[in-house]
Design a protein around this ligand. Sequence first.
Ligand SMILES: Nc1ncnc2c1ncn2[C@@H]1O[C@H](COP(=O)(O)OP(=O)(O)OP(=O)(O)O)[C@@H](O)[C@H]1O
Ligand SMILES: [Mg+2]
Length: 296
Amino acid sequence: MSSNEQSHKTTGLHIGDAVPGCSKKDPMLVIDHVKKTFGGLTAVDVEHLEIPKNAITALIGPNGAGKTTLFNLLTGFDNPDTGTWSFEGTSLAGVPSFKVAQLGQVRTFQLTKALSLLTVLENMKLGAKGQKGESLLSALIPGRWRKQDSEIEVKAMELLARFKLDTKKDDFAASLSGGQRKLLEMARALMTDPVLVMLDEPMAGVNPALTQSLLDHVINLKKEGMTVLFVEHDMHMVRHIADWVVVMAEGKVVAEGPPETVMKEQAVIDAYLGSHQDTDLGVVTGRIDIIPEEGK
Ligand SMILES: Nc1ncnc2c1ncn2[C@@H]1O[C@H](COP(=O)(O)OP(=O)(O)OP(=O)(O)O)[C@@H](O)[C@H]1O
Ligand SMILES: [Mg+2]
């Protein structure tokens, strides 16, 4: 299974040693001195981090490590206390979320934001927001608007078919299962033709029957030339699809490297065991894998 499974892996992404903050040959995101505090708590304190282009990077770390906060900062959903970051060379500090999405950087949410009282197709159309049909001028020219609207619908239906949600186009999003909602959110994110797709816990709450298709969808994004950055606690998913892994703990990047090496590092094991040894291990099944490997 491994030769076939590994064939999609991209290697040779970094320059020099795989240490926190190391340079990438072709970075898509470059982050410098990004810090965010909530009251006395430092949620994010990233000195330097580069996310490689055309690769799948996993951002892992224990609960409260600052992963979602970093996503919020990078996508303009929250503002840092200090710091700068750029996306394909364009500085994004202070750029609002809708603009970030228009520039080609989209994200999904840990708790899905599918609008329950809209249909699946309506949710998809909302994903196209910010395209030219949304401007006031276009709205005043009905013909142009209709053309745009039908183009959007064709595109939405293509994506829904790809995610096997096309037969549910007229169902309310509320009627979907947790996994289908995750798929809908991913499909909706693709409505704007992004170059960077950021997924916050795409596997959380997903029924095992949908797991493989979700993994395949993420791998396909890379095959189509997109860059993926995803947060995930499921270490099977991380091992299986990530080309590169960034480990956060207490707001900082504590390790990064290819999955097969970084997940054996002491800092990574400490970060997970430290926070999970007396919490619910039942929900972190994949994570337990790293314990026996350490003992080898
Ligand atoms: N809006 C907020 N106000 C106050 N504290 C916050 C806020 N958002 C996050 N935090 C705190 O910042 C820290 C980082 O939280 P964050 O949600 O980024 O972690 P995470 O790595 O995504 O965790 P998880 O794996 O549980 O999703 C936590 O201590 C959290 O309680
Ligand atoms: Mg989170």
